[in-house]
Design a protein around this ligand. Structure first.
Ligand code: PMP
Length: 431
């Protein structure tokens, strides 16, 4: 019977696969069929996929629009892999992609097909800005996730790495400055400005700034629109390319086609994957044409011409755009946030309910500790010293506690803000 067969599959795979497995441990199911939001296990049970296929499915599982597009490529016996040759399928995908981009970028954009995963496109973006600027450093944020390859990993939070200056992401619930809200976001922006303008080289040689408009793996943390605009202004004023990693936030999920659209920010580079392939692996980096300084052959990859993914992706992008599904995600998401917040009332193990559109998260906490729990501060904020944030430090705790750079007193902002009670946020005041 299917139940017995499923148990056998689970047992054998548990013995043969790596210890890195995560979902397989928490969900001992054997999915065999899926449609829309529903995944059916071999035991006949049905599950709701609240992760949308790890974000790869803007239309749910096996949407007819994506399936028909895949079948059309197969029926035509079109080549499945075309490297970077031009094809009708790629032409249609590129048309659709450019039709969705922020107009300020689309007007003068270039696309590099990478592949097959989001992390590949992140690598390409980092390489591109380094080539274009001739600089080597990188500005990235606490709690960020950009992938599992070396460069993308280095840009992610929790991974100390040379050359990456870690900046505080405006994480309201666990504000690194201890104030939260717009004020916390503004302090994050000022921290960034101070570092960039630090004559002692607080942020060495930045080739770019990479950010997620809504942090995904970091815990569904939407960046305030005003903060994103500040980052745009700060980077533009210093000729630092701004890279928006929309691998997870794209294709309508947050209630706008791209999450940067909420703020009107036009990044110099956009990293796109997951849902753009309609469920199949596809990743691209899109950028302002002035950055296109690569000589021929400077970037390659065997799977950069996956026609099944481009066809499924083009059909998905078109369907989302033509049916205003981003708007629908905004409406349904607002309703869902509202209901979840009602649900959370009085349940102290739910620390926070947040999100944008249908990208929504509940933060589960130790009811006694609240935001000060696990990820809480290394030192109570009252005892924080003014410190210079050290390159490579990974999470918010360090900002609140002060990184304690020996030369930091007087010119760093973070810990000073954490102890600032008048909320004016004058850098360094609390020392
Ligand atoms: N960037 C972001 C924002 C992501 O969420 C992810 C994947 N969760 C990646 C990059 C990496 O994509 P992939 O897993 O396809 O390499």
């Amino acid at each position: 019977d299917d139940g017995g067969a499923a148990q056998g599959i689970l047992r054998r795979q548990a013995l043969r696969e790596s210890a890195a497995r995560i979902y397989a441990r928490a969900l001992p199911i054997v999915p065999v069929r899926a449609r829309g939001m529903t995944v059916e296990g071999a035991d006949g049970r049905r599950y709701l996929d609240c992760l949308s296929g790890a974000g790869a499915l803007a239309l749910g599982h096996n949407h007819p629009v994506a399936l028909d597009a895949i079948r059309a490529v197969l029926d035509a016996e079109a080549p499945l892999q075309v490297l970077d040759l031009a094809t009708p399928v790629k032409d249609a995908f590129t048309d659709e992609l450019f039709a969705t981009l922020p107009p300020g970028l689309a007007a003068r954009a270039r696309v590099q097909f990478c592949g097959p995963a989001g992390t590949d496109a992140v690598e390409a973006a980092l390489k591109l800005v380094r080539t274009a600027t001739g600089r080597d450093g990188l500005l990235a944020f606490s709690g960020a996730y950009h992938g599992m390859t070396a460069g993308a990993l280095a840009a992610s939070g929790g991974a100390p790495s040379s050359g990456v200056t870690r900046l505080p992401f405006p994480y309201d619930y666990r504000c690194p400055f201890g104030v939260g809200g717009e004020h916390g976001a503004e302090l994050s922006a000022r921290w960034t400005e101070k570092l960039l303008d630090d004559p002692k080289g607080g942020a060495p040689d930045p080739a770019g700034m990479i950010l997620e408009p809504v942090q995904g793996e970091g815990g569904v943390i939407p960046a305030p629109d005003g903060w994103l605009r500040r980052m745009r202004d700060i980077t533009a004023a210093r000729s630092i390319p701004l890279i928006a990693d929309e691998v997870q936030t794209g294709v309508g999920r947050t209630g706008a086609f791209w999450a940067v659209d909420h703020s009107g920010v036009v990044p110099d580079v956009m990293v796109l994957s997951k849902a753009i392939g309609g469920g199949l692996p596809l990743a691209v980096v899109v950028y302002r044409e002035e950055l296109d300084v690569w000589p021929p052959g400077a970037h390659a990859g065997t799977f950069r011409g996956n026609q099944l993914a481009m066809a499924a992706g083009a059909a998905t992008l078109a369907y989302v755009r033509e049916n205003n599904l981003a708007e629908r995600a905004a409406t349904v998401g607002a309703r869902m946030l509202d209901r979840l917040r009602q649900f959370a009332t009085g349940r102290r193990w739910i620390g926070d309910v947040r999100g944008r559109g249908l990208m929504i998260g509940l933060e589960l906490v130790d009811p006694e500790a609240g935001p000060a729990g696990e990820a809480g501060n290394a030192a109570p904020v009252e005892h924080a010293e003014v410190g210079h944030p050290e390159v490579g430090h990974a999470d918010g705790a360090e900002y609140a506690a002060g990184a304690g750079h020996p030369e930091g007193a007087g010119h760093a902002a973070g810990a000073g803000y954490a102890t600032n009670t008048d909320r004016e946020g004058t850098p360094g005041r609390a020392s």
